[in-house]
Write a protein that binds this ligand. Structure first.
Ligand code: ATP
Length: 522
């Protein structure tokens, strides 16, 4: 009999395969290129190509509208990447923005010690899941999952081992006991995932901030950091926004922008980059009310994700065992990437840590006078923080599909949510003569005021359809000889491949209907 291990590795290989396909598709269809590729690239830095930049802009817009336009008490800002260096002392990043790293002495590969341990714990979880699936098959309709999980000795064992491992790691990291982190890796028999070697160095802390200099001469230059998160630009502007916007608590400040981290291990395409973009919102609340808002934002953010239709089963919450120095509760929304469930977004209850620290370091008061309570206080903060690039990867990898057609051929399609698709429609003259090109061009000139559309006349129409399917374009508009007679065109739908004959005058409305923010976000 084949062991679970065999199936696990088969599944992993299949996923790895899928991931490779996503990466090469992203390049072939103009979504993502490696940075400065002609010089062999720069590790973990990427450029967004002609379609990629549109998809990225559309995701950003989808987030911004839902956070800022849909909440009367949330406004946006765009703070600078460079900030006064004391910001990072106050925020704790100079002293504590570290990752515990460990090197393998044989392979010379470097890893994050916490990630090695988390991956080990996830394997225990997968073992438990296998038991559950086996039982589900065995018992059929009468299977009671809840009861099975709480009584089956093997599932209980895997879950308790998983908990123990994560709890011990959290304790050791919190108390800076790096010797115990290494001991844990050794006790669990964790090997280098690439070579199988267990010959490890000690665990060390590594600061992730990129340093840079401001000023003309080396002597007078000031040491600065490229911001490792956008949040601090919001905190230092808290009072500016509150006063000028006459904001009353609770209120939020949203921001999107670049952040930089000198990641130790950056091997998963755009999942972990050294230069990336965040979409963050800090929500300022009355002290003591933070847990209520923490729950509210957990629910609201999950709803946003689900609105895109990437599949409810692909999301899960992962509550943090080890809390960051500023947090009293934290959870991740994890997504089922081709390499498994990983963090997509963080929701953190950050207490009053940041504002208090900035008060202390700047000597300026960062408080709110609450007229209802008739007192001033430093607000508490609930943060939602999502990586735009990770969201891009979630959308792209989930949308790339291969479909077997009735004639036995395979069709590659990028089933992007229409609202996010880079190009909404391609306008195609059936042939390059008889005046069809001119009519198609006129249609482009009319549609371009409302939508991002393209004109495509190269190759047979069937090939053009396939090209647009693979690029993620939801609609193809074909101009044929009948168009000259009755001003109608065919509109072809990417997902169903169905075609409909409609008047030219109705095209724009038809496309618009599938792009209503109200429909998508509600
Ligand atoms: P991880 O544990 O994966 O390193 P994190 O917990 O350090 O992530 P946060 O500091 O909470 O991440 O940042 C918020 C969001 O920013 C993350 O949920 C993720 O989507 C994104 N993010 C963080 N680091 C990177 C990176 N190196 N590349 C791309 N996106 C990132």
């Amino acid at each position: 009999m084949l062991s679970w291990r065999f199936f696990y590795f088969c599944a992993m290989a299949k996923n790895e395969d899928q991931f490779k396909k996503v990466i090469s598709h992203a390049k072939e269809y103009g979504y993502i290129f490696g940075s400065s590729e002609i010089y062999d690239g720069l590790s973990a830095v990427y450029d967004y190509a002609q379609n990629g930049v549109e998809l990225k802009n559309n995701i950003r817009e989808y987030w911004w509208r839902s956070m800022v336009y849909m909440h009367q008490n949330i406004v946006g800002i765009d703070a600078a990447i460079l900030m006064h260096p004391t910001t990072w002392k106050a925020s704790g990043h100079v002293d504590a923005f570290n990752d515990p790293l460990i090197d393998n002495k044989d392979s010379k590969k470097r890893y994050r010690a916490d990630v090695l341990i988390e991956d080990y714990a996830e394997k225990l979880n997968i073992k438990a899941k296998k038991e559950i699936e086996k039982a589900r098959k065995r018992f059929g309709d009468s299977f009671d999952e809840e009861q099975f999980v709480s009584t089956n000795p093997r599932v209980l064992k895997y879950h308790s081992q998983q908990r123990e491992v994560l709890e011990r790691m959290a304790r050791s990291l919190e108390t800076e006991n790096l010797t115990d982190v290494k001991a844990l890796i050794e006790e669990l028999g964790i090997a280098d995932p690439e070579t199988g070697s267990k010959n490890w160095t000690e665990v060390r802390q590594f600061n992730l901030m990129f340093g840079t200099k401001l000023g003309a001469s080396a002597e007078s230059a000031t040491d600065l950091y490229l911001r490792p998160e956008t949040a601090q630009g919001i905190f230092v502007n808290f009072l500016n926004v509150q006063k000028t916007g006459r904001m009353k608590i609770p209120f939020g400040i949203a921001q999107t922008g670049k952040a930089f981290r000198n990641e130790i291990v950056a091997r998963q395409f755009i999942f972990r980059m050294r230069e990336f973009e965040q979409m963050e919102m800090q929500f300022f609340v009355r002290p003591g009310e933070e847990m209520k808002w923490y729950e509210y934002w957990k629910e609201t953010r999950l709803k946003w994700h689900l609105s895109l239709g990437l599949g409810e089963e692909n999301y899960r919450f992962h509550d943090h065992e080890k809390l960051a120095h500023y947090a009293n509760a934290a959870t991740d929304i994890e997504f089922n990437f081709p390499f498994g469930f990983k963090e997509l977004e963080g929701i953190h209850s950050r207490t009053d840590f940041d504002l208090k620290a900035h008060e202390e370091y700047s000597g300026k008061k960062l408080q709110f006078f609450d007229p209802e309570m008739n007192e001033s206080y430093v607000p508490y903060v609930v943060e939602t923080s999502i990586g735009l690039d990770r969201m891009f990867l979630a959308v792209l990898s989930n949308s790339l599909q291969e479909e077997e057609l009735e004639d036995g051929s395979t069709r590659t399609l990028l089933r992007l949510p229409n609202i996010l698709a880079p190009v909404k429609a391609a306008v195609l003259p059936l042939v390059k003569k008889d005046g069809l090109q001119e009519i198609a061009q006129e249609i482009v000139d009319t549609l371009k005021w409302d939508h991002n559309v393209i004109y495509d006349e190269k190759d047979a129409v069937g090939r053009r359809y396939r090209r647009q399917d693979a690029a993620g374009t939801p609609f193809c508009i074909t101009v044929d000889h009948q168009t000259k007679e009755d001003s109608t065109v065919t509109i072809r739908f990417r997902d169903s491949m169905e075609q409909e004959r409609i008047p030219i005058s109705e095209i724009s409305e038809k496309i618009k209907k599938s792009l209503s923010y109200k429909e998508w976000l509600q």
